[in-house]
Design a protein. Sequence first.
Length: 160
Amino acid sequence: MKFTALSLAAAIMAPVFAVTYEIGYNNGSFVPKEITIAPGNTIRWTNADGDHAIVQTIAAGSCNATAGGFNSGTKKKGNFYERTFLTPTTIYYKEGLGRNCLNGATGTIFVKAGAPPPTMGPSGTRTAAPISTATNGAGFLTPEKAVYLGVAGFFGALAL
């Protein structure tokens, strides 16, 4: 019974600590080009350029799309595309329109349990910062309320 209660509490609290990180696209490249995140975190690709698409690929630096992988479809300047990565894995992606991929418009996301805060790859110097604080994804729920609800859910589950 306690195992079920703890599992329920963990499921309730997991989204509370999710963070969204931004990868920008401008002048034919992704910044940062590489990023390490924890499972449950979200990547938001923001387009600061013309029409572009984010397409999952089969390997680092590859321009070959992954069968069944994600594809953002065409995004106009100022639009964004988001994906949440729930399990540890390595994701490769490219700019899916035109010849930008052939010119190096590719990137890598390392999803690792216990990952440190995201950092840029060897070509960059700044650290990628979260664009949102921990929330459950609902725009009307502040981080403080989310933590309160998560803690309340945890202790409520223990009472079962």
